[in-house]
Design a protein around this ligand. Structure first.
Ligand code: GTP
Ligand code: MG
Length: 202
């Protein structure tokens, strides 16, 4: 059962059979692998590992998930965020149809490092015009979230803080959206995926 195809709920009517590559990047420990694992659990997709989203280990290099559903084949590149592996990200820019950029909302000290990496990506010709979905992960949750969510890293930055810290309002060459998320509960993942689907399904 393909997780992204189900997650995105892509319609056969709207989508021709084709490959869709999505790149997931962000600093180490931001929660990229946890987000992918949670998405797979939410949608009943095949699991790369028999473990939950809160039991992940740091990614070495990158992991790839490939699956098909409803005539759509997805390949997800889950990149390591560790500094020594970040030069691997750009090798996948050209083939990527969209980028998920994950930020650890509790990692205030390294928000400027995330911004440097983002700025380098935004200036890449190979990513020109491609949509960027930002997950403000481990987010300080909005009030409508459940009591469980409110317990997640209370001192974290809000999505507004993160948008300001990354200067997202200065991005004018890419469609972009920022969504608060909690990879452990799965909150926000569907909302983010729905936004991305609007671009991938065109
Ligand atoms: N509280 C909280 N912890 C999270 C959340 N998402 C991930 N984590 C934890 O953060 C740690 C890092 O998560 P990973 O998914 O391995 O992060 P990553 O971005 O893939 O890291 P690298 O592979 O090293 O680049 C793990 O201990 C996760 O359980 C979240 O939304 N809330
Ligand atoms: Mg990882």
């Amino acid at each position: 059962m393909g997780f992204f195809a189900r997650l995105f709920g892509l319609s056969k009517k709207k989508t021709k059979a084709r490959d869709v590559n999505v790149l997931i990047v962000g600093l180490d420990n931001s929660g990229k692998t946890s987000i992918i694992e949670k998405m797979k659990l939410q949608t009943g997709g095949s699991r790369r590992r028999a473990q939950g989203a809160n039991e992940v280990t740091p990614t070495v290099g990158f992991n790839v998930d490939t699956f098909s559903k409803g005539g759509v084949a997805f390949t997800v590149f889950d990149m390591s965020g560790a500094g020594r592996y970040r030069n691997l990200w750009e090798q996948h820019y050209r083939e990527a149809k969209a980028v998920m950029f994950v930020v650890d909302s509790a990692d205030k000290l390294r928000l400027c490092v995330a911004k440097d990496e983002l700025d380098a990506m935004l200036s890449s010709r190979d990513l020109r015009g491609k949509p960027f979905l930002f997950f403000a992960n481990k987010a300080r949750p909005p009030s409508h979230w459940s009591p469980y969510d409110r317990m997640d890293v209370p001192a974290a930055l809000s999505p507004v803080d993160i948008a300001q810290g990354l200067s997202l309002d200065e991005i004018d060459q890419h469609p972009w959206q920022i969504v608060p998320s909690n990879a452990l509960t799965g909150t926000g993942l569907q909302e983010g995926a729905d936004w991305l689907t609007n671009f991938l399904a065109k």
